[in-house]
Every structure is written in structure tokens, then in C-alpha cells.
Design a protein around this ligand. Structure first.
Ligand SMILES: [Fe+2]
Ligand SMILES: [Fe+2]
Length: 138
């Protein structure tokens, strides 16, 4: 299966650390995709490992973003935090049930991950980035 979710410069926020973190998240999601082509009894174990990596790095990235938004007084911080928390919750639920996954579940989840991340970057992350850039330029 081909990679459905890749970086595009239109996604750039203008904050280099954040952009690197977004690229890294896309790479980890691509590792999840690569696992989907594999079978074998350690599939669930390796999937759980990749999802743990994704959860850990996501937590790090969200914390970085939230402290940046807070430091710059972004008014949408609370709503943005809710979006982050819902995503983390979904990741946790998926890890908890990965052992019971049916064929096709992995692909559906992969599609959810990539779609959520690209949409979130394109809309919600661009919103705080535009606000902070605007404030900085004034
Ligand atoms: Fe982000
Ligand atoms: Fe975000």
C-alpha cells in the first residue's frame, strides 16, 4: 500500500520546531502503514509498539504546541487542547484493543491517523500559527 499522507509545504506553520515535529509524526504514521502489509503473530506486538511511539511523540508535540500557544496568549487554547486530548484518547483506545483487531481495522485506523493529523495541521494549527505570527509582526 502506498503512503497516503505526506508532507506538503503548504502545511508549514512558519515555526521550525513545530514543522519538524509534524514531519516526524507523519513518518511515524507511515511506519504504521508499513506494518499493515505484514502478517504474523507478532503483528499486534509491533503495531502496539509503533502506536506507543506515536502516542509518546504526540504527547511531546502537543505539550510543546500548547506551551507556545499559552506563552503567546492564543485565545483558542482551550478548544485546541480539547482537540489534542480527543486524539490522544483515541490513540489509547486503539492500543488497548489492537490485539482484537480484525482484518481491515488497521487500515481504517491508519486512514484516521493521517486524515486527522493533516486536517488538524491545515486548520487548527494554522489558526494559532497565523494568530501568533500576526502578533509578532505588529
Ligand atoms: Fe500540531
Ligand atoms: Fe495542534
Amino acid at each position: 500500500m502506498i503512503n497516503l499522507f505526506s508532507w506538503d509545504d503548504a502545511l508549514a506553520t512558519g515555526f521550525d520546531d513545530v514543522d519538524l515535529q509534524h514531519k516526524k509524526l507523519l513518518l511515524i504514521i507511515d511506519d504504521v502503514r508499513k506494518l499493515l502489509d505484514e502478517t504474523g503473530k507478532d503483528y499486534a506486538l509491533r503495531m502496539a509498539k509503533d502506536l506507543k511511539r506515536l502516542t509518546d511523540y504526540t504527547a511531546y508535540h502537543f505539550a510543546e504546541e500548547e506551551s507556545l500557544m499559552k506563552a503567546r496568549g492564543f485565545p483558542g487554547l482551550e478548544d485546541h487542547k480539547k482537540e489534542h486530548a480527543a486524539f490522544v484518547e483515541r490513540l489509547r483506545a486503539e492500543i488497548a484493543t489492537v490485539g482484537e483487531a480484525k482484518p481491515g481495522d488497521g487500515f481504517q485506523f491508519y486512514r484516521f491517523l493521517g486524515t486527522w493529523l493533516l486536517n488538524h495541521i491545515a486548520k487548527s494549527d494554522q489558526a494559532w500559527a497565523a494568530y501568533i505570527r500576526g502578533k509578532t509582526e505588529v
